[in-house]
Design a protein around this ligand. Structure first.
Ligand code: SF4
Length: 325
């Protein structure tokens, strides 16, 4: 059974973009692999933030992940800062990572170009990411397309450390190319993301979901009810593919191409499909929120297990490097 590591930023409650794009896959992977999942709060402090807000967003993310189907009996879930060994290994990796490699990272260049004063944490972010993965000697990492370059850096760090200390200790983690979907926002313009304000929350009330779906952008060619459309260019169709049964998806495509129905009818069917999947998740979240001690217990048990694994890695790494244990 391969070991998998993946992390998610504590951005508060999940939205359906990160649910369909990553977390639904995490849930499936927990039945086939040894999965370690982390809410990466050390990564979240590389920008401006309010401490109380970070605490709340971390908690909300834990609720969302568990409600979405992560099962603490099947996987390990923890908050990154509860296992500070990640940062110790990151420091060690800083000593084998060339500055040029970090400066070449696209995400760094994008973010740094928008800031007047760039923090070192932003530059070193991928080194901490390498430590997150390699401290568990994980072999597989489910990645989105925007993370492939960072994973390549983790592989490079593993190679360099192994070469420098003459051992084959860290595996080169492989990307797990999963059937993840890139979900566009309701504006149909950009990837669904909280910063764009174009999301539907995974735990949002049914009325609020409909209020967002109703005006959502569709195929611009469907100006009148009688104009035929092209489902493939419509975000609502892609959401059908994620939430509706295959027969319904086929029906949607046919109705769209022949102007057999209007977009509002199409959205009502989507809404029903979404509710079938999201209602049990919302109910589980409400149950979890009523038992905060259970969430704390799950996160502590996850951190406890991870600390044991992380300490063992650090012990072996430090011994090979001539550092005091
Ligand atoms: S009918 Fe459905 S798939 Fe076609 S454009 Fe309207 S909302 Fe999109």
């Amino acid at each position: 059974m391969a070991r998998i590591f993946s992390g998610i930023q504590p951005s508060g409650e999940l939205h359906i973009g990160n649910y369909l794009g990553a977390i639904k896959n995490w849930v499936e992977l927990q039945y086939r692999h040894e999965c370690i999942y982390s809410i990466v709060d050390y990564h979240a402090i590389t920008g401006n933030y309010e401490p109380e807000d970070l605490r709340r967003r971390t908690w909300d993310m834990a609720v969302s992940l568990l409600a979405a189907g992560l099962d603490p009996e099947k996987c390990t879930l923890f908050v990154q800062s509860m296992v500070p060994e990640h940062t110790e290994l990151a420091w060690i990796f800083n000593t084998v990572t060339p500055l040029g490699e970090l400066e070449r990272q696209t995400q760094y260049k994008d973010k740094a170009s928008r800031q007047e004063s760039v923090l070192a944490g932003l530059l070193n972010y991928p080194v901490l990411q390498a430590a997150d993965i390699l401290i568990y000697r994980a072999e597989l990492v489910p990645v989105g397309e925007d993370q492939v370059q960072h994973l390549e850096l983790s592989r490079e760090v593993a190679r360099r450390w192994n070469a420098k200390f003459g051992v084959d200790y860290f595996p080169e983690p492989q990307p797990l190319l999963s059937p993840t979907r890139r979900i566009m926002g309701l504006d149909g313009q950009a990837k669904m993301s909280k910063s764009m304000g174009n999301t539907i929350g995974l735990l949002e009330a049914p009325e609020a979901v409909w209020e967002k779906l109703r005006p959502a952008v569709t195929d611009p060619a469907r100006v009148r009810r009688t104009d035929p459309g092209t489902p493939e260019v419509c975000n609502i169709y892609h959401l059908h593919r994620a939430f509706s049964e295959p027969a319904t998806v086929e029906h949607v495509a046919g109705q769209c191409r022949t102007a057999g129905w209007g977009c509002i009818e199409c959205k009502k069917v989507l809404y029903e499909s979404m509710m079938r999947e999201l209602t049990p998740i919302r109910e589980r979240a409400a149950e979890l929120r009523a038992r905060p001690e259970r969430i704390a217990e799950i996160l502590h048990a996850g951190a406890e297990r991870c600390r044991t694994l992380a300490r063992e890695t650090l012990r072996e790494v430090k011994e090979r490097m001539g550092l005091a244990g």
